[in-house]
Design a protein around this ligand. Structure first.
Ligand SMILES: Nc1ncnc2c1ncn2[C@@H]1O[C@H](COP(=O)(O)OP(=O)(O)OP(=O)(O)O)[C@@H](O)[C@H]1O
Ligand SMILES: [Mg+2]
Length: 252
């Protein structure tokens, strides 16, 4: 069965002053696919993801979501489409507990004697569902303060937060950059779990080994453009590295 593209970008350009951060690049990802985005520092990976997430509006190019052209103006627009992004610093608040972080800015309320109050019970229940049932995280309680969690657990909370509204596409910008080897394993297992849930994932990483382990396909960026698309099962790290330095162009 041929999977349909959930997102397709065509000929996207973005300049910052004289810097051509994106130089007429294409990108696509299919429903439920895990795509690795690799490339040297400054290649344009984060800029491309910020275009997808609506932080930046491109100077030119087409943005097609589920077969329809969209004119994205902000991350609010992309959230409405079902696109979420986990940023590298996780953006969690240490003094709040796990459930409060998951619902941050999107709190649930209930009416008590005509007054709107936070519905902590419902938020805790929903958080439990995501943390345990969806992601199988090994966390004592969703009432634990985030400041007491390890780096890997914080990553799990940040991903739980992104899963709150059942996204169709999740962007993970270097989720393992600050983690130790055993914690990286947990994040990779998490990504496999997301794939089982049918969520399309874009994974940015400089660690090619982990890209090979979890991605179906690898897009290689070079000077503002995706120059190679590799199928994981048909490539190896040395070919990826050759592509990353602009030494090979391969598009399927
Ligand atoms: N807001 C900005 N203002 C000016 N220049 C920018 C801005 N954001 C990115 N750039 C420039 O655009 C180019 C691409 O940057 P980008 O952050 O997308 O690269 P990257 O592939 O994510 O690199 P890294 O692997 O180091 O994170 C770089 O030359 C960068 O300096
Ligand atoms: Mg970056």
């Amino acid at each position: 069965m041929k999977l349909e593209n959930i997102l397709e970008l065509k000929n996207i350009s973005k300049k910052f002053g004289a810097v051509h951060a994106l130089n007429g690049t294409d990108f696509h990802i299919k429903k439920g696919e895990v795509v690795g985005l690799v490339g040297d520092n400054g290649a344009g990976k984060s800029t491309l993801m910020k275009v997808i997430n609506g932080v930046y509006t491109p100077d030119s190019g087409k943005y097609i979501f589920e077969g329809e052209e969209k004119h994205i103006k902000s991350p609010r627009d992309t959230a409405a489409l079902g696109i979420e992004m986990v940023f590298q610093d996780f953006a969690l608040l240490d003094n709040l507990d796990i459930a409060e972080n998951i619902f941050l800015g999107r709190e649930l309320y209930k009416s008590v004697l005509g007054i709107n109050v936070l519905n902590r019970k419902e938020m805790a229940k929903e958080s439990e569902k995501i943390v345990r049932e969806k992601l199988n995280l090994d966390i004592d309680s969703v009432k634990s303060k985030v400041k007491n969690l390890s780096g890997g657990e914080r990553q799990g909370v940040a991903i739980s937060r992104a899963l709150l509204f059942d996204p169709k596409l999740l962007i993970l910008d270097e989720p393992t950059a600050s983690l130790s080897v055993d914690k990286i394993k947990n994040v990779l297992n998490l990504i496999k779990k997301l794939k089982e849930l049918g969520i399309a994932v874009i994974l940015i990483s400089h660690r090619l080994q982990e890209i090979m382990e979890v991605c179906d396909r690898i897009s290689v960026m070079y000077r503002g453009k995706i120059i190679s698309e590799l199928i994981t099962s048909e490539t190896d790290i040395s070919e990826i590295v050759t592509c990353m330095v602009g030494g090979n162009v391969k598009v399927y």
